[in-house]
Design a protein around this ligand. Structure first.
Ligand code: DGY
Length: 319
């Protein structure tokens, strides 16, 4: 008999899971599909801790329904699925995994900038289709050097993207609700949202999903962008109005989109967006490297164990 009972939605790396199992009886939902509500409720009945996932709605009803629940942790920096205020009201600390995924996510976001600019995916198709020896019609891209990168959401990841862009000789502008000290030494200038839309050759979106950012990029925003603009979203799908993005790409209001997140997510293979030649989509893999996912698993388990032991969580959202 262990000291605690924990429910884990999603997979943890082996060593953090072993650490958790040293002091907890653990039930793991390993499927990629959402856990059925009945099963979740049954498992939470006597659980002391929950490791949730983005597809679990951790709302007021859930945090209030299970009297044993002492702590909730999640392996992500974003927590738009969690009602943090409700957790706080119930005295439940909620932990996430902020710093450990910054570099991996910045690599992916900047990788999408490069892929979009240099058409790496088209180059691979060209080779695979046997065109290399037969055609001079190679996919021409566009330079990053001297171009303007607009970052919407200058947090830690934005700062790391800006450093990569600096190394590529780009001019960098950004927009946040207010100027951020994170931009101070990465050569990024604060501008109004509309100015960013009008002046950027590449726009990278890194904002958290909130009521303010939901639908931020719709028809009006796309119309303000350059017709040569590349639009990259590595934040959350619902920040973008998908139908409006589709129209903007079809009507060539913008040149190209590279998306690591979509709305809905996962996006269907036959969704109209996936048939366009001026879009590429990756399956929400911003933090998906062995090293980073392992660190995220470890921090998540450390958060949960700290909460169970009545200690301060190493990364607590509602401290
Ligand atoms: C995050 O950490 O928020 C990533 O987007 C994974 O959900």
């Amino acid at each position: 008999m262990k000291d605690f009972k924990a429910v884990v939605i999603g997979e943890l790396f082996p060593s953090p899971l072993e650490k958790l199992e040293e002091s907890c009886d653990v039930r793991v939902w390993k499927e990629r599909t959402p856990i059925p509500t009945d099963t979740l409720h049954e498992w939470l009945e006597d659980a002391d801790g929950l490791i949730s996932r983005g597809d679990v709605s951790v709302d007021e009803e859930l945090v209030s329904a299970f009297p044993h629940l002492q702590v909730i942790a999640q392996s992500s920096v974003g927590y738009d699925n969690v009602d943090v205020q409700a957790c706080t009201k119930k005295g439940i600390p909620f932990g996430n995994t902020p710093d450990v995924l910054v570099e991996a996510t910045a690599d992916l976001a900047f990788g999408l900038v490069l892929t979009s600019a240099r058409k790496l995916h088209d180059g691979w198709d060209y080779v695979r289709n046997g065109q290399w020896n037969t055609s001079f019609d190679i996919p021409l891209g566009t330079d990053l050097y001297g171009k303007t990168l607009g970052i919407v959401g200058m947090g830690n990841i934005g700062r790391s993207v800006a450093k990569r862009a600096q190394a590529s000789g780009m001019n960098i502008i950004y927009h946040n609700r207010k100027p951020s000290p994170k931009a101070d030494d990465v050569g990024a200038d604060y501008v109004a949202f509309d100015e960013l839309l009008q002046d950027s050759d590449f726009i990278v979106v890194l904002v958290p999903l909130t009521s303010e950012s939901k639908g931020l990029f719709g028809a009006e925003a796309f119309k303000k962008m350059k017709s040569t603009a590349h639009f990259i979203n590595a934040s959350r799908g619902p920040v973008v109005h998908t139908d409006d993005l589709y129209d903007a790409l079809v009507n060539e209001d913008i040149a190209h989109a590279a998306l690591d997140v979509t709305d809905p997510e996962p996006i269907r293979k036959d969704h109209p967006l996936t048939n366009l030649s001026n879009v590429i989509i990756t399956p929400h893999i911003g933090s998906a490297t062995y090293e980073t996912r392992n660190s995220m698993s470890q921090l998540t388990v450390d958060n949960l164990l700290a909460g169970l032991q009545g200690k301060r969580l190493p990364a607590c959202v509602n401290a």
